[in-house]
Design a protein. Structure first.
Lengths: 247, 247
DNA sequence: GGGGCTTTGTATGCTTGCTAACAGACATCG
DNA sequence: CGATGTCTGTTAGCAAGCATACAAAGCCCC
């Protein structure tokens, strides 16, 4: 009970709210937990709730009729997802699935709308979130339009490093474990191609990889290959990137 | 002066406002007109204003370093654009250019923010708009990921027909005049390919085309080819689709 | 600790669609 | 009305990356 409240408070969207308001939100929302690789919601389901991931990790996906998957975004603890349910209660077009054992809080859409009406801050926060994610999607669209398979993969690795990177003695290790298939599903390619390209990168000394594990050795060289400014070097003592990002 | 006000009122986002509030908005905003094929704003420009198109037609584009263009959206009268300037005053990532002689009203971003703070209705409206556009982009991303060149073109034609279609005796004529190059820039293809595919479609009796002109003869067959439900038949007397859409 | 699932490695066509290169038709504007 | 720019049509060659087909190695759960 008070745990749910605690989780709500951790979402920076709600940090301005009074305890009373939070409690109200808490009463109307519901906590659930899911084990690894379980769907949280499915396409064509009624989209009447917004979700807050409180622990674990999830991904937002789309599936074509013939079974091809694309990953639209990853979700980290403290992030809201399925947020387009606020706009109009239609049906989901995508589905959300846990990557690791996770817990979420479900907030009814109308409750959320009401909250937005009463708190311009929350409203603005939501708007910004949706807008930022839109920008990210637009960026991906452009990448898909103009970049080769390899360059898109490079971009992805750099983004992942920024969000999920942990510094090591040799470079940066991704704390999110993805298969080649997953990577392919993000950049819109095939598993085989990703395997090959990653293999090349390893030969070139840019990365090192293990099973579902990638370590980036030369972020600067990767970045310059796609005209992107290199990420700032990060000390081992630094915390992993603050999460508000998705892909 | 009162003309600007009149235009503001025509934007459904503002229709709930009192005349006083509108006048306030009016004082702070500025009207400008642009002739055909003129940039309204450019990439890397300071993004401190939101635009309302009051007449004409425009497109939102992205240009790669090596000169390849992609069209992100078309803008119709009454529509807001450049709206991500509300989120944070960074730099534009895209540019907007008129397709026809146009007039716009520039609304300062902070003015807009203030308005949103004071009027939850406006805020919600903006959120919905950004969200809907995000959905549209996501749809395009999926199309690009999974569909062939031809199928993407088919989708585009159907969408354009919905937004800009005027019924004729033989089918539906697009009231927006686009070159093959433009179409290619929307679906992420090349001019040559679009020419060829459109040629095929014409041979198959699906469409008829002239210079910068396309008439869709068999929307149902087009639609079924991409598993899309056929658009509702529209009487000649009906008005063209209400505009809140973009691509 | 063994069976089965998951993940990765690798090679060979083949297809789509891009590049490049012209040519003609139409339009617009002085 | 001529000239220049825009738009469309067409082709051949080429390259990226997909589909397909196996194979082997790790990992996890029973």
């Amino acid at each position: 009970m008070s745990e749910k409240l605690w989780h709500l408070k951790r979402c920076n969207l709600f940090e301005q709210l009074t305890t009373d308001q939070l409690r109200r939100l808490e009463v109307h929302s519901r906590a659930r937990s899911f084990s690894r690789r379980t769907p949280i919601y499915l396409p064509a389901e009624e989209a009447d709730s917004v979700f807050l991931l409180t622990s674990g990790r999830a991904k937002i996906c789309h599936l074509t009729p013939d079974g091809k998957q694309s990953i639209l975004a990853f979700v980290e603890p403290g992030e809201l997802f399925g947020e387009l349910a606020i706009l109009d209660a239609g049906q989901r077009e995508e589905y959300a699935e846990t990557i690791e054992n996770s817990t979420v809080v479900m907030i009814p859409g109308d409750e959320m709308q009401q909250l937005m009406q009463q708190h311009p801050q929350v409203s603005l926060g939501i708007t910004k979130m949706i807008g930022l994610r839109r920008r990210r999607i637009e960026q991906r669209l452009k990448n898909l339009l103009f970049l080769s398979n390899r360059d898109r993969l490079t971009h992805l690795l750099l983004e992942l490093a920024e969000q999920y990177g942990r510094p090591t003695s040799d470079g940066t290790e991704l704390t999110i474990r993805l298969s080649h298939q997953d990577l392919a599903n993000v950049i819109g390619s095939t598993r085989e191609t990703v395997t090959v390209v990653l293999g090349e990168m390893q030969l070139e000394g840019l990365i090192r990889m293990g099973r579902r594990k990638i370590e980036i050795l030369q972020a600067d060289r990767l970045a310059s290959a796609v005209h992107r400014k290199a990420p700032p070097p990060r000390r081992v003592s630094d915390q992993p990137a603050a999460a508000h990002g998705t892909t």
